[in-house]
Design a protein around this ligand. Structure first.
Ligand SMILES: [Mn+2]
Length: 353
């Protein structure tokens, strides 16, 4: 890890991008709504400036998210293949080498032409030229300033039948990373940005239906198994759930069926932190952390710090990590980390809560 700060201004990054003939836009593997929105927003903005731009995604990717892309906007990575050579490569919504596998070596060889646009607090030297704004709720919020600097209208890309505009892509990222404007990161600036995007023609209802009300029945089967596994820690303020490899097979669940299950226990008043362990393949356990402030005014646990103890990261209220161990071993390690964190060290400062 390095001192992960901007090394260039918005204007410098916009002018370098606008002058390029060809650009590939990458993001972290298993793209989420912000990653996808950032890729599509930038690809559309560069195409509006007549730059030959495309997105390059390392899956798996939720088909509901993929459906936001127009034909030809993104290329999906196939094992053993590399992105097409381009003059510049932009990596959005991450700056961590661990998040861009299997393209780490490919990116390192091209470091002189890699640009980063991100909003995470931690990252590596993946992109020597980068724009990082940790006060932004989403990478699309950081990207908005770059697009404004490119001088491209946010309405660009909309058509009569369906809206595929830049604004729609940016809104999808903002909504995804703020839990549809519920997390503490959804501050006054976020609502200003959201208002501007709606003013540029975003069809919010269509996005809600596409992204939030479009799951498969197997999603409920997996949710049911996770809820049955609940363990209550720390006097009921922390919930731990698990989906073993056998559970996932039993539910016929695909990776995209599992996103968001970790949020379900937060509906309980006494729960301030929810953790889901998922053994998507035997011997590898993914951990998702979520937290929320309690009614009594107690601020959120900083789950980013807990995730960091496992080499992961994210934000104060949403973070993730991976443990190279089966779910029983991983579960014991996470429980130890939670007990250590509740000692006080992982609590967010009041100003960040
Ligand atoms: Mn993000």
């Amino acid at each position: 890890m390095i001192n992960y700060l901007s090394t260039a201004t918005t204007e410098q990054i916009a002018s370098r991008l606008g002058a390029a003939a060809t650009v590939a836009v990458l993001t972290h593997s298993k793209p989420d709504g912000d990653a996808m929105g950032s890729v599509l927003g930038l690809v559309r903005a560069l195409r509006a400036r007549s730059v030959d731009a495309h997105g390059f995604l390392v899956g798996p990717i939720d088909p509901n998210l993929l459906a936001l892309a127009r034909q030809g906007e993104v290329v999906l990575h196939a094992p053993g293949t590399a992105p097409r050579e381009t003059e510049l490569v932009v990596v959005v919504d991450t700056g961590a080498w661990s998040q861009v596998e299997p393209l780490g070596a490919w990116l390192k060889e091209r470091a002189d032409r890699v640009i980063g646009i991100d909003h995470h607090a931690r990252g590596d030297d993946l992109a020597p030229m980068r724009l990082v704004d940790v006060t932004a709720a989403s990478a699309t919020q950081v990207l908005l300033a770059v697009i404004d600097s490119l001088g491209v209208p946010l309405e660009y890309g909309a058509d009569a039948e369906r809206r595929f505009s830049i604004a729609e892509a940016l809104f999808a990222g903002l909504a995804a990373d703020t839990g549809w404007f519920r997390f503490s990161s959804a501050d006054e600036r976020v609502f200003h940005v959201a208002g501007r995007l709606l003013g540029a023609g975003v069809n919010k209802q269509r996005l809600v239906q596409q992204l939030e009300e479009n799951e498969r029945p197997t999603r409920l089967a997996a949710t049911g198994l996770a809820l049955q596994s609940i363990r209550w820690l720390a006097s009921g303020s922390v919930v731990m759930m698990r989906l073993s490899y056998a559970d996932i097979v039993a539910a016929s669940a695909r990776p995209e069926d599992l996103g968001g299950i970790v949020n379900v226990p937060l509906v309980v008043g006494s729960v301030s932190m929810s953790i889901l362990l998922t053994e998507a393949e035997p011997g590898i356990t993914k951990i998702s952390f979520r937290s929320k402030p309690l009614n009594c005014g107690r601020p959120s646990f900083d789950v980013n710090k807990i995730a960091a103890t496992f080499g992961g990261g994210g934000h104060v209220q949403a973070a993730g990590a991976r443990i190279l161990a089966g779910i029983d071993v991983a579960s014991a390690q996470v429980e130890d980390a939670v007990h250590a964190a509740i000692g006080g060290s992982a609590r967010a400062p009041a100003s960040a809560g």
